[in-house]
Design a protein. Structure first.
Length: 512
């Protein structure tokens, strides 16, 4: 294959299977084009999800979402163990053999079986904890997710390792589409909360079938080798890090469900989804690209640092409009997207805006630290985050969803400077370089949000709700983009980004 190198490519060795890996000279174009396709794909998937949410919000009750959140908190926790970090180890490893990947595959399948049994066995305990008997059947049904997921972990990792980002995008869109059809169809037929549960179950089933079709690699017999020990240790540290962060970022849902019940939890859950879904989709998509590319740059420290800072700047600049929307236009967004019965979600959405901003500023550190093998430091930072966030949540719990959102954001804001200082120390990425990468979009965002707020004051009572919201968002974002590109002089950075995409498209047209 022209222009690529190959993993497992020792001639005549039956333990090695050719998996194409791009050459170093292609990393920039591959990452830019892959990142663009991934973000566009995630945008389509997010639009499907938001559209589905808009429809379901009018067909289902807050208590239905509350039940889903209760079981989702459990399944999401166990999902942290679904691959034991072995997919990360597969992508990060400089060299990989057929024997190693086969052993990792069977380890993942065994883990999937164990997790399926554990989640099903936990169903009575969950129902008793929340005092909701409906959770028994919901949890048992949801346990099947882990078995289906385990069958596709290493195939997904091989797609990421070979930088086949467009393939992953197509699979994600397919899963989102079928999941939306399942959810809306069942809700129309009156299945209530089961429409949400079956939507979640359909995603890994469709995803596994599609991934196996896209990456027709077949596992061989498992065999333990000394090299696998370091990969399992690496993956275990990554998994423990994910567990600690998950506890910190989801404790509020557990406590709200336990002490306030399904309806307040449903209100909080919808606000949390509106605030964090775009950013989670964006950071998740960027993580796949950035981690794969940065892992291939391990031997080039300066190049790796520059690539990371550019990725961080792009993530922050795309997150700022979400923060503006949540902080300034929360009331209009909730009324337009969810309807009048969800108005209680608006103040929660507004109070979560600082949390969203801090997540965009600190979560990308995981790409850099994992790609450079510094998973131990990432884990220690997670141990710093967890107790501080939980204390903030507990402090606001007595005031319900709004108090929890305020405590969450206060804790995350207090953690920002310590996390940046610790994550950058001794890595070659200076604090000055870090703040230089993020300050321009933040300043431009503040000014754009201020202009949006002024337009909002002017529009009050003058225009219909939807027209008012569209005008406010349009002016706010235009001011933000104009200041960022021309006043802050960032146009060259983004124009170069576009130029990296266009030549590839021209090359593809020439080939056809």
């Amino acid at each position: 294959m022209a222009g690529t190198t190959k993993d497992f490519d020792k001639p005549g060795d039956p333990q090695r299977t050719p998996i194409a890996v791009p050459e170093a000279s292609q990393f920039k174009q591959k990452s830019v084009r892959g990142g663009t396709l991934t973000v566009l794909g995630q945008g389509i998937a997010m639009a499907l999800q938001i559209g589905t949410t808009v429809v379901l919000a009018r067909l289902l009750l807050p208590s239905d979402y509350g039940l889903q959140s209760m079981v989702f908190t459990l399944t999401a926790f166990f999902s942290l163990f679904k691959d034991a970090g072995l997919s990360v180890a597969t992508v990060q490893r400089e060299t990989l053999t057929q024997e190693q990947i086969s052993t990792l595959f069977w380890l993942n399948v065994a883990l999937g079986v164990v997790l399926t049994i554990l989640v099903a066995a936990a169903a009575p305990l969950l129902a008793a904890f929340y005092k909701q008997p409906h959770l028994l059947g919901i949890t048992v049904a949801s346990a099947s997710i882990f078995l289906f997921n385990s069958l596709s972990v290493q195939h997904r990792a091989l797609l990421d390792r070979s930088m086949r980002f467009a393939t992953n995008v197509k699979i994600d869109i397919l899963c989102a589409f079928i999941g939306s059809v399942v959810a809306v169809g069942m809700a129309f037929l009156g299945f209530g909360y089961w429409s949400l549960i079956c939507q979640n179950i359909s995603l890994p089933i469709v995803g596994t079938i599609a991934v196996w079709g896209a990456m027709p690699w077949m596992p061989g017999k498992p065999r333990w080798t000394p090299e696998l020990k370091s990969m399992v240790r690496f993956g275990g540290t990554v998994t423990l890090n994910s567990v600690v962060v998950y506890i910190a970022y989801n404790m509020e849902k557990i406590l709200l469900g336990r002490y306030w019940g399904t309806a307040p939890l449903g209100i909080y859950g919808r606000a949390y989804q509106l605030a964090t879904l775009p950013v989670q989709q964006l950071i998740g998509a960027a993580h796949t690209i950035a981690f794969s590319v940065l892992s291939r740059m391990q031997g080039e420290a300066e190049r790796l640092q520059r690539a990371y800072l550019k990725s961080l700047s792009l993530i922050v600049s795309l997150t700022v409009p979400v923060v503006i929307s949540s902080a300034v236009f929360a009331d209009e967004i909730v009324r337009v997207l969810l309807g009048e019965k969800w108005t209680g979600a608006a103040p929660v959405l507004r109070l979560l805006a600082p949390t969203v901003m801090v997540m965009a500023l600190v979560n990308p550190f995981s790409w850099f630290l994992r790609a450079t093998g510094q998973v131990g430091r990432s884990l220690k930072i997670a141990f710093l985050i967890c107790p501080v966030v939980i204390l903030g949540i507990i402090a606001g719990l007595r005031y319900g969803p709004q108090g929890v959102a305020m405590g969450y954001s206060a804790a995350m804001s207090l953690l920002l400077v310590p996390i940046v200082a610790w994550a950058t120390y001794g890595t070659g990425v200076t604090a000055r370089a870090y703040w230089g990468a993020v300050r321009r979009p933040i300043i431009a965002g503040f000014l754009g949000g201020l202009m949006g707020w002024l337009v909002q004051r002017w529009c009050a009572g003058r225009l219909a709700l939807l027209a008012s919201l569209l005008l406010e968002l349009t002016i706010s974002f235009l001011i933000y983009v104009g200041i960022l590109l021309f006043v802050m002089n960032e146009k060259n950075f983004y124009f170069d980004f576009v130029r990296q995409i266009l030549p590839l498209k021209q090359d593809e047209r020439a080939k056809t």
